[in-house]
Design a protein around this ligand. Sequence first.
Ligand code: 13P
Length: 326
Amino acid sequence: MADKTHYTELGLVNTRDIFKKAVSGGYAIPAYNFNNMEQLQAIIHASIETNSPVIIQVSNGARNYANATMLRWMAKGAVEMAREMGSQVPICLHLDHGDSFELCQACIDSGFSSVMIDGSHLPYEENVALTRKVVEYAHQFDVTVEGELGVLAGIEDEVQSEHSTYTQPDEVEDFVKKTGVDSLAISIGTSHGAYKFKLAEGEEVPPLRFDILKEIEQRIPGFPIVLHGASSVVQSYVQLINQYGGHLDGAVGVPEEQLRQAAASAVCKINIDSDGRLAMTAKVREYLANNAEEFDPRKYLGAARSELIALMKHKNETVLGSAGKA
Ligand code: 13P
């Protein structure tokens, strides 16, 4: 990276203040992943229309897909667009699932205001050491850092795990103290992707482990907690996809009431990617199936973008409770 950019030059904020307000206010900030222009436009429009703070997040897979330089300037463009529309909603640019010190450093140097270092698959002491190293670098620039304890099952771009391991509450205090992280992602039963639970006929989605969350909160009172793998896998989208030629059989996610319950606790950041992917795919499939003569990408991507805005407004207003909190 030739030229270094500080996130304040891009008009971004780190997570410190928005998390503090979210923890005390009993709501969660949405963290939506983006890879392309329509997704980013939708996130910003939904945030403005609901007056919600927002975290726009980029995974390593997104960087590989869209190009890191392109994404950085897209984020700047998104902030400028919001300001031109007269909105001051706080926007944070976050690296999702950073897997090395070097990647976190590159993101910090290019203008990210927050990074996740995911050492959750490492032995505990190695996770502590790696996370500490990223925190030491990031805090020089007032960039905030998310660490993780416990492993989520599922697939998230290039991050994949077959089995989940719940966060051990007796590790969190030591981890937070030794690493200096600003927030902690935990594993309490969510997982990445559209197939979160394997349910037998008539079986209900099992509840998240709120008992573990409660214990964690008791160990580190008021400390910002992050929930990954929090898509609800909206069934109307799954049905639409299947109706128009898709094959998503048995796709199921976290019920909205459970996310609402989590958002009311110290959980102050909720990661949502799969629901956006499903909404886009459903609308593109529907549009193309019903408009066989159409070949303008603005038509089918426009339909997808409108649906994304509606989805995210719904999340901000009724699931996360972040609407009106900007
Ligand atoms: P979902 O797959 O449930 O949307 O989770 C996304 C996520 O946690 C990104 O880090």
